[in-house]
Design a binder for this molecule. Structure first.
Ligand SMILES: NC(=O)c1ccc[n+]([C@@H]2O[C@H](COP(=O)([O-])OP(=O)(O)OC[C@H]3O[C@@H](n4cnc5c(N)ncnc54)[C@H](OP(=O)(O)O)[C@@H]3O)[C@@H](O)[C@H]2O)c1
Length: 347
């Protein structure tokens, strides 16, 4: 097998996609167990993210995590068209998009999905997620103290109306699977009780300092695949998502030691751990060398059982993407969004 030791060469042909680990969803569909994130964190221009998508496809990525709110689906659509013109078949790609919070009204769901499809130049999505469970609008890039006058808590009956429209998308063939994002165990229990089409994935923050063991085990026990966002601890996340208590998994001394042993970057260790643990990380990068290293890292040179155990011991319950802008009352702390007491936070 060709070795990609440290993945130094950006002219590298990359990895054969058939070598990339796959997850099998409850429908039997196969989804690559690593994807490229496409949120430019408010500072990477859309054209650069589209260029990253093209590079990633060249290196063997087939899974791309998109969203209308990232403001770059039209540019990514041009990149995907070029990838397919270059010989990659549509059915070899796994494309996710997400419904933004101001489009939860059932009457908006189909139009919103159709807009993403048009922008991405696709006639179906592999996965469509409800991005956040709060029907709430805040302008992209807004300050952490911003509150919407229309902000609303999780209202289950409302979510299920949105979900019914998501189910309709699946029935019409516009999307192959539907899923959730930023959910909690109590919210998911209600959705699973009432859904006609069960979520196939739940997208959630997951990295060595935020392992969410309870939610992770819950979704897997339900046959829902966990997709791990910010798998590197989102080192370049927007200012609004930073607090003094935040820690960085890629600076953890244990991760640094394991990285030195494997002669790779700590970020790559976070991704090896993620894939071997059983989640699907979706790291963002606009840097060709990192894009390649991240894919190579999950295909070659696995962590030992001992290293996996060491990393399991690093959890600090350190949530980085706290979602403050979605709060619906002035005096609330971000914890209210995450049902910390095991019950849905009352309205
Ligand atoms: N569902 C949701 O609500 C939600 C929320 C947040 C994120 N997401 C998704 O998850 C994706 C990933 O999360 P994220 O963008 O917050 O953070 P992340 O993937 O944890 O971190 C991305 C950052 O890590 C750097 N990086 C990547 N590979 C590296 C490597 N090998 N060595 C050193 N640095 C490396 C990148 O910089 P370079 O560009 O310089 O490589 C980039 O700035 C997003 O893009 C988005 O698709 C979803």
């Amino acid at each position: 097998m060709q070795t990609h030791e440290a993945a130094k060469d950006t002219t590298d042909p990359g990895i054969d996609p058939s070598q990339v680990p796959q997850r099998t969803l409850y429908t039997g569909a196969k989804m690559p167990a690593i994807g490229l994130g496409t949120f430019g964190s408010d500072h990477v221009p859309a054209g650069d993210v589209a260029a990253a998508v093209k590079s990633a496809a060249h290196y063997g990525y087939r899974h791309f995590d998109c969203a209308s709110v990232y403001g770059n689906e039209a540019e990514i659509g041009v990149a995907l068209a070029a990838v397919m013109a270059g010989g990659v078949k549509r059915e070899e790609l796994w494309i996710t998009s997400k419904l933004w919070n101001d489009k939860h009204d059932p009457g908006d769901v189909i139009a919103s999905c159709e807009k993403s499809l048009a922008d991405l130049r696709l006639d179906y999505l592999d996965m469509y997620l409800v991005h956040w469970p709060f029907p709430n609008f805040h302008p992209p890039g807004c300050d952490v103290t911003a509150r919407s006058k229309d902000a609303k808590p999780y209202i289950h009956a409302g979510y299920m109306k949105t979900w019914a429209a998501m189910e309709e998308l699946a029935k019409r063939g516009l999307v192959r699977h539907i899923g959730t994002s930023n959910m909690t165990v109590p919210k998911l229990k209600l959705v699973l009780r009432d859904a006609k089409i069960r979520p196939a994935v739940n997208e959630m923050e997951l990295h060595p300092h935020f392992q969410q063991p309870e939610l992770f085990e819950f979704v897997r026990a339900q046959g829902i695949e966990p997709i791990g966002y910010s798998p590197l601890g989102s080192p370049h996340r927007p200012e609004r998502d930073r607090t003094p208590e935040d820690t960085s998994p890629t600076e953890d001394p244990v991760i640094l030691r394991i990285a030195a042993r494997h002669q790779t970057h700590p970020a790559v260790i976070c991704l090896k751990w993620a894939v071997q643990r059983g989640q699907t990380p979706i790291p963002f990068s606009a840097n060709k060398r990192n894009i390649l290293s991240n894919l190579v890292g999950v295909v070659e040179d696995p962590l030992t059982a001992g290293e996996m155990t060491e990393i399991a011991g690093l959890d600090r319950n350190c949530r980085l993407i706290k979602g403050q802008v979605f709060l619906w009352k002035e005096e609330q702390g971000w914890e209210a969004l995450w049902d910390m007491g095991g019950e849905i936070t009352p309205a």
